[in-house]
Design a protein around this ligand. Structure first.
Ligand code: XMP
Length: 514
């Protein structure tokens, strides 16, 4: 296995992700945990030293144990990792007079760029890379030579071919270093990994970790019907069986057939103990007369916690709460914690629950990205149609029904949404779209159907492309598609007589209407 020593970079997980893409098994361990005894015990076949915010020039700067260089295995230092390596092996690091952030180009510097680790690099002369550093190396440690150089980083890529030590000033793990994955893959191959690790193996390891963490304690999991919580639940169930109980809080704001689907899938198909908390009466009752978006969100959030607590209490003696937190959720909450950002929407999640209920967390998907969760889901036998589902917000249809919510309106919205999604699937567009839904507008307009006058609701179709939901573009449907869909909705859904298409991007709009 490969060891990644984490010095606290925001993108350390991306190194692991690239290695998983190269089908290599790796583990990330924080530098505090990595001492010589750990190294001997772990016996890595290769080591990567990550980037990080510290400066090796500071007193008490985090460093790997010097024995890491005596293991006789390849070592790759990235950014701070490079500086640590040079500092420890006899080179020199200075505080950067030229801080360098963003795109840079690295040119070959004459060293042994034909070495296996650099195979495929510099084929087109220069390499585009992503830099983010203040300090920089100004003198190489003995045995090292320069392979690549950039305007502000004379030692952008260095290597000691003899000992198989390599170091780069830039971040090969980020998307903005197009050939970075090649460097990482080459590094693993040179270290003797042949790329035969699979998601099936990941699953087994994750199961072992869950067993080790949970022991014979009871775990509860809030199931939303979304991909993340579902994959987490199925995985945990494989690990600890009926020590897991799922609680599905059904707020009556799900889409057509969705609640039944969740219950059938988990209870009947997977045999997972599931409490179906059918609380539509409660939620819809409390939401009566509420039309302000934030008030809706807060009401739903508060009730959700109450209901979840009530049902979780019935299980009795649970020590853990399982959550489908993904890596992007982790970085976002870390990098924005305490930041001066304003609340655009009060997102609904179970954030405060663990403390409130005195529960410890099990988060088996914390290291994964969305597409990897989907792969893991496939591995667990979850249906492709289920895994590929568009995201659905916690507050459900409440925020797709601007103004006051009524059962009638929800019913109309559900039927229109089902027709729209059916159209998208039939035209083979579902997987190209990040999210698509209907919003029922609180406006009635006049129409004519047959020989009669109608006075019904208008709705808006929404479909966006996005990579992470943070920014989004509207999806460019053809006019034929839009025309056909509008026709079907008006013909098949009593209560709607006008259809519009929302072509706002995010920003300035948001994906949901509220
Ligand atoms: P917005 O509307 O903020 O949505 O552009 C971005 C993404 O987040 C989803 N969303 C939510 N997800 N709880 C969730 O779990 C929420 O309260 C919530 N509000 C919005 C939205 O569907 C989109 O994918």
């Amino acid at each position: 296995r490969l060891l990644i020593v984490d010095f606290g970079s925001q993108v350390t997980q991306l190194i692991a992700r690239r290695l998983r893409e190269a089908k290599v098994y790796c583990e990330i361990h924080p530098f505090q945990a990595v001492d010589n005894a750990f190294l001997q015990d772990f016996a890595p076949r290769a080591v990567i030293l990550s980037g990080g915010p510290a400066s090796v020039l500071d007193e008490g700067a985090p460093l790997p144990p010097p024995e890491v260089y005596d293991l006789g295995v390849p070592v790759l230092g990235i950014c701070y990792g490079q500086q640590a390596m040079m500092h420890q092996l006899g080179g020199r690091v200075e505080s950067g007079h030229h801080r360098e952030f963003g795109r840079a180009f690295v040119l070959p510097a004459g060293g042994h760029s034909s070495d296996r680790i650099f195979r495929g690099l510099f084929d087109h002369g220069k390499e585009e890379v992503w830099m983010s550093h203040g300090d920089r190396v100004t003198e190489l440690a003995p045995g090292f030579e320069v392979i690549g150089t950039s305007q502000n980083a004379p030692f952008a890529i260095v290597s000691d071919p003899e000992r198989q030590f390599f170091a780069v000033q830039f971040h090969p793990e980020v998307h903005h270093t197009p050939n970075g994955r090649l460097i990482l893959q080459n590094f693993t191959r040179l270290a003797g990994f042949n790329g035969d690790w699979t998601m099936a193996a990941y699953k087994e390891e994750a199961i072992e970790k869950i067993r080790a963490q949970v022991g014979d304690a009871k775990v509860i999991c809030g199931l939303s019907g979304g991909v993340d919580s579902s994959v987490a639940a199925v995985l945990i169930h494989e690990a600890i069986g009926d020590q897991l109980t799922c609680v599905f809080v059904d707020h009556g704001l799900m889409r057509q057939g969705e609640a039944e689907e969740v219950v059938t899938l988990f209870r009947d198909h997977y045999n997972i103990p599931l409490i179906h908390a059918d609380e539509a009466e409660l939620f819809l009752g409390e939401l009566e007369g509420v039309s302000d978006p934030e008030e809706k969100r807060k009401t739903i959030g508060r009730l959700f916690i109450d209901v979840f607590q009530k049902h979780a209490g019935e299980i009795g003696g649970a020590e853990f709460l399982a959550q489908g937190t993904l890596y992007p959720d982790v970085i976002e909450s870390v990098s924005f914690a305490g930041g001066p950002s304003v609340t655009i929407k009060s997102h609904h999640n179970v954030g405060g629950l663990p403390e409130k209920m005195g529960l410890k967390l099990v988060e088996p998907l914390r290291e994964l990205f969305k597409d990897e969760v989907r792969k893991l889901g496939e591995e667990l036998g979850l249906d492709e149609r289920f895994i590929g589902r568009h995201p659905f917000p916690g507050p459900g249809l409440a925020i797709r029904c601007p103004g006051e919510i009524t059962r009638d309106k929800l019913d109309i919205l559900r039927r229109a949404d089902a027709v729209y999604i059916d159209q998208i699937r039939q035209h083979g567009l579902y997987d190209e779209i990040w999210q698509a839904f209907v919003a029922l507008l609180p406006v009635r307009t006049v129409g004519v159907m047959g020989d009669g006058r109608t006075y019904d609701y208008a709705c808006a179709l929404r479909a966006v492309t996005s990579v992470d939901g943070m920014t989004a573009d509207y999806y460019p449907f053809s006019h034929e598609f839009l025309g056909e869909t509008a026709n079907r909705i008006i013909n098949e859904v009593t209560g709607i007589n006008r259809v519009t298409y929302d072509i706002t991007s995010k920003p300035p709009g948001t994906i949901e209407w509220e």
